[in-house]
Design a protein around this ligand. Structure first.
Ligand SMILES: [Zn+2]
Length: 276
């Protein structure tokens, strides 16, 4: 809990990063979560790793040891042979119990619109995983608008735009989420002043918090908790469910103003990423 709110972090990494040398273990992540009042984290590999199977197993072990704290997401090189890619994603879903597949076009330059990229969206759908797509740095393939057509082609696939376009493309992420009901926005790296535009346009149920890196947690959570809350807020409940096998998740929502609804739902995050 952080200031009375349950905090679900929809973007965190475990393992060893080939490109930056960062190392994060489950134990250190738990210490970090406790220090910042983060109840649960969706943990995924860094975008470049030496051994994705080893990293997925590391995350799988963390999820198994702490199912109440961690949910897992797969991330692997999309340029390996397609059957190998599909088999590993299936293993992550069926054996390790992961909830999402991450696509990182900044480090994995795959054109989301190319016909040859359909395996990405198909493996997500076939394995009942949400597809988390990094957006922002790494344009053009990381442009939020490039996920509009796939979202329409695969309307049952939840697509999460990580970083919501990374500040510079925040409004483009807003448009993508506005025109596609199966696009969610993860808010890490947006500046606080971007929240107003997003809040005015996108339902609270499709927004979520992400830290990405541990040193950003306080800022990412704080920028939402510190949004101005009117004193006359009125509490109510809302229900939301996805066709993802999980039961409807009940969220406390303060309805007084839309930004407050966003805040609490974002802090609670989504049933397809975290078990109810
Ligand atoms: Zn990240």
């Amino acid at each position: 809990m952080n200031q009375g709110f349950r905090v679900f972090d929809a973007h965190a990494h475990l393992g060893v990063a080939r490109h930056s040398g960062r190392v994060m273990t489950a134990d250190r992540m738990l210490e970090h979560m406790d220090a910042h009042g983060i109840d649960r984290s969706l943990v995924m590999p860094f975008p470049l790793v030496d051994d994705y199977r080893w990293t997925h197993n590391l995350i799988g072990d963390a999820v198994k040891a702490h199912p109440d704290r961690f949910a897992g997401a797969a991330c692997l090189n999309p340029f390996i042979a397609e059957p190998e890619f599909r088999d590993e994603v299936q293993r992550c879903a069926e054996v390790l119990g992961f909830r999402a597949l991450k696509f990182q076009p900044q480090y994995q330059p795959v054109n989301p619109l190319a016909r040859s990229s359909s395996f990405l969206f198909e493996t997500g759908l076939e394995n009942k995983l949400a597809l988390i797509c990094h957006t922002g740095a790494g344009a053009p393939f990381a442009l939020p608008s490039l996920f509009i057509l796939p979202a329409r082609q695969y309307p049952k696939l939840p697509i999460v735009l990580a970083h919501s376009g990374g500040s510079i493309y925040a409004l483009e992420a807003l448009v993508a989420a506005k025109v596609c009901p199966n696009i969610w926005l993860e808010l890490s790296s947006l500046m606080p002043h971007h929240m107003g535009d997003i809040l005015a346009a996108i339902p609270a149920e499709r927004l979520m918090i992400g830290s990405d890196l541990p040193e950003s947690s306080a800022t990412e959570i704080g920028k939402i908790i510190d949004l101005k809350i009117p004193k006359d807020s009125e509490e109510s409940q809302t229900q939301y469910s996805l066709e993802h096998g999980s039961p409807p998740v009940r969220w406390q929502v303060i309805r007084a103003r839309p930004e407050i609804a966003m805040m609490l739902v974002a802090l609670s995050s989504l049933s397809f990423l975290f078990s109810a």
